[in-house]
Design a protein around this ligand. Structure first.
Ligand code: GCU
Length: 424
């Protein structure tokens, strides 16, 4: 009896803690909640005109996401500079131009460099661009032997031959399948990509990366309402856009921020925080990205803040196991991008990212697209797999797992031709 009691005393709290983190995939277990209305202000005023959205509602929503979710950028850079490191007119069998540009950021006597790898179609100048981060270095997205291997910290991966947190030739081309480079070029678009680890290494350590440049004296970590890694990656995308604006081969008024998964979260925040981005693509971005948090399906706020304590600002932990207290949800992040083109995509086997929550989020952001007279996802019923719904706000769910596929890119290119960079 005594041992049983001891067992209960130990195992009960443990199993409760585990239960908290047991992901739910059952629609019947989704808690009831009221979806916050993008077109009603926090103090209850109805928004009926785009001017009210732009002057009142959008700023208050933006401020909430900035201070309570992703975190504020604490100040401005002192300066930045661009340095063309390498270029060739004979890339991809002569179809494309390749450029490798080093961007240097300066602040408080410190600096940080990151490199943009660019492929531009020779057939279209200036070219509209897809700009997105990669997970394992610029050299991982192509077999092109001329792409420089990054010296920045990398996540070890047995599969890709990465150890000692160092990238080598072993990982050249390992992510070719995620970047339909030829299709992008043939479609008349350029691709700009950056290794995300150069902007902020993806680890719970705030001593390195972009954050460290902005610290006040003796500051070691961001304040509670200051940026986590997602906001730092988004900031990096904006600085890349600063470069793109200077390059005459690029049509910087038609740059689409693109990202997969955690980098899809960053692409969304970049699009929300920098309206120079002409469009945004969220590929399987899930929790803290396109998926509604209040559904608590798959990954939850508590879970993501525990596994990745460096991604969001500290204030966001207020909502761990407490999603009902959120006065916003992620459809309002999507709405911050309106009326610019936005593509939300899911994968059928990526239940962790809650495809239905990603779809509903696009649906509930639609009222703001409507306000502008642009089309979104008005249907409440999810489309069949591999049956994209493409409007200014687009959505698809494809078969397969958490990944970026040729199929995804085919849809993005088609859609971007119709809604982002229409050929004259
Ligand atoms: C984890 C994490 C997700 C994230 C994903 C990724 O699965 O829980 O939130 O999107 O990694 O970036 O691949």
């Amino acid at each position: 009896m005594k041992t049983f009691l001891v067992y209960l005393l130990i195992s009960y709290p443990l199993s409760m803690a585990m239960a908290q983190f047991e992901p739910n995939y059952d629609e019947r277990q989704v808690p009831e909640f009221k979806i916050p209305d993008p077109l009603t202000t926090f103090d209850g005023k109805k928004i009926t005109a785009t001017s009210e959205w732009e002057n009142t509602r959008r700023p208050e929503l933006y401020q909430f996401f900035e201070e309570q979710v992703y975190g504020k950028v604490p100040g401005k850079l002192d300066s930045l500079s661009f340095n063309m490191v390498e270029t060739s007119d004979d890339a991809l069998n002569g179809k494309a131009q390749r450029k490798q540009v080093e961007v240097s950021l300066f602040k408080n006597g410190k600096s940080l460099d990151f490199n943009i790898l660019l492929y531009l179609p020779k057939s279209r100048k200036p070219a509209p661009i897809f700009l997105g981060y990669n997970f394992y270095g610029n050299h991982s997205i192509t077999d092109d032997p001329n792409v420089i291997v990054s010296k920045a910290w990398a996540m070890d991966s047995e599969e890709f031959g990465i150890s000692g947190h160092t990238l080598t030739e072993a990982s050249r081309g390992v992510r070719v399948h995620r970047w339909a480079l030829e299709k992008i070029i043939d479609g008349g678009f350029g691709l700009a990509t950056i290794y995300y680890g150069e902007v902020d290494p993806d680890k719970n350590d705030f001593s390195d990366g972009l954050h460290s440049l902005f610290y006040m004296e003796s500051q070691e970590i961001p304040k509670k309402d200051e940026w986590g890694s997602i906001a730092a990656w988004a900031f990096g995308m904006s600085r890349a856009l600063d470069y793109l604006e200077t390059d005459p081969d690029i049509d910087a008024s038609h740059v689409v921020s693109f990202g997969h998964s955690r980098l899809g979260k960053a692409a969304l925040w970049a699009g929300a925080s920098d309206t120079r981005f002409a469009g945004v693509i969220s590929n399987d971005s899930g929790c803290g990205g396109a998926a509604l948090s209040k559904r608590q399906v798959g990954e939850t706020v508590g879970r993501i803040n525990t596994s990745f304590p460096h991604w969001f600002c500290d204030n966001f932990t207020e909502y761990n196991e407490n999603e009902e207290a959120l006065p916003v949800d992620q459809h309002e992040l999507l709405a911050l991008i309106a009326p610019r083109p936005l593509y939300v995509a899911s994968a059928e086997d990526d239940q962790w990212a809650d495809p239905r929550g990603e779809f509903l989020s696009a649906h509930y952001a639609t009222s703001v697209y409507d306000l502008y007279g642009t089309k979104g996802i008005s249907d409440t019923k999810m489309p069949e797999v591999n049956s994209p719904v493409q409007n200014t706000l687009a959505y698809h769910i494809r078969t397969g797992k958490h990944d970026v596929t040729e199929y995804d890119w085919e849809q993005y290119i088609d859609w971007a031709k119709r809604f982002v960079a229409v050929k004259p």
